[in-house]
Design a protein around this ligand. Sequence first.
Ligand SMILES: NC(=O)c1ccc[n+]([C@@H]2O[C@H](COP(=O)([O-])OP(=O)(O)OC[C@H]3O[C@@H](n4cnc5c(N)ncnc54)[C@H](O)[C@@H]3O)[C@@H](O)[C@H]2O)c1
Ligand SMILES: [Zn+2]
Ligand SMILES: [Zn+2]
Length: 370
Amino acid sequence: MALQYRAAVLHAAQTPLSIETVTVADLKPGDVLVRIRAAGLCHTDLEVIEGSLRYPLPMVLGHEAAGTVERVGSAARGVKPGDHVVLSWNPHCGHCFYCDRDAPILCEQYLGEGPRGVSFDGGTRARLADGRSLQQLMFLGSFGEYCVVADQQAIPVPNEIPFDRACLIGCGVMTGVGAALNLGAIAHGDTVMVIGCGAVGLAAVQGARLAGAGSIIAVDIDPAKLVLAARIGATQGVDASKDDVIAAAKRETGGRGADVVIEAAGHASALRVTAEAVRPGGQVIWLGKIDVNKDVSFRWGSLMQEKRIRRVSYGNARPRRDFPRLARAYLEGSLMLDELISRRITLEGINDGFAALKRGGVIRSVITFD
Ligand SMILES: NC(=O)c1ccc[n+]([C@@H]2O[C@H](COP(=O)([O-])OP(=O)(O)OC[C@H]3O[C@@H](n4cnc5c(N)ncnc54)[C@H](O)[C@@H]3O)[C@@H](O)[C@H]2O)c1
Ligand SMILES: [Zn+2]
Ligand SMILES: [Zn+2]
């Protein structure tokens, strides 16, 4: 009999997720069946629930997860049953125009199939009790007890890292740390400003610390986030709800502006500030997202003077290289992950978890499956 498992299903935007028993399809040769042990609630999932990020429904959300490999398809490579894995949401073909140009995040197959909410080969891997097929967010759909992924998405990590911390590596931590480390944007001693200190921004603060930044200015509108940012490496905090963020960047740098400004708030006003707060010739890195159909306006002068502005998805991740490296950094004590977990919840508590993320009181809620 086909495996059945509980999953949180989104049937329509702006409605609660419903916990249902769903049925997994037979494994294709390159598939891996993963038993999910922990899954983080990311802002991107919230955007799908709210409808600002649109996908075909019904769908299982969740794209930041860790678990154990339960079964592998006949042609699956690189993983075996029992492995502890962190899941990647960027499968790529390895031989298209963009893969050939070392940009797996732009892979034609990835960008072609992703918006359809299907597996990397274009099929689906689970169905509802009434037989309808179920879409998966970002080739995962990890808000459930199991998840079927392509072999290249299941990345083995050391068994010693607990699942609830390992899962964070799969999206927020990879995105933030990778933005700071993988682009070569930060030189030793640089002044780095990070705007928005949720899970992604706090990871960027840590990435800046690991890259050897001299000053790290954390910016948020929630004072509690600034306290946490200081604990994990920020050298100063700026409350954007009452302080002048641009002035703070200039004060620290003899009037020039920060060498690197990273945006992880996902707000138009924060995106605008990045261009004003960076120095001439400096690097702006945008990680946050707003509704793709909305406009953002900039003062033209703020974009001049050789500023380099780059939108980055997934921190330029190379999961097979980066996930084990990030896990080891945690185990060695240089990457702080415990601090990013505000609550551990059950699958049944998922709607409350998203309500809390929306209110802004949490960094990460992590669902644990015991
Ligand atoms: N680029 C990627 O690959 C990628 C991956 C994951 C998430 N994201 C995006 O990154 C952003 C952050 O994700 P998250 O999960 O950390 O979200 P989050 O909601 O946990 O964090 C956002 C933080 O920004 C703060 N904030 C809001 N408005 C602000 C403002 N005007 N100035 C300063 N701070 C402000 C909030 O108080 C909060 O602490 C989101 O837009 C998310 O969609 C991008
Ligand atoms: Zn995410
Ligand atoms: Zn490709």
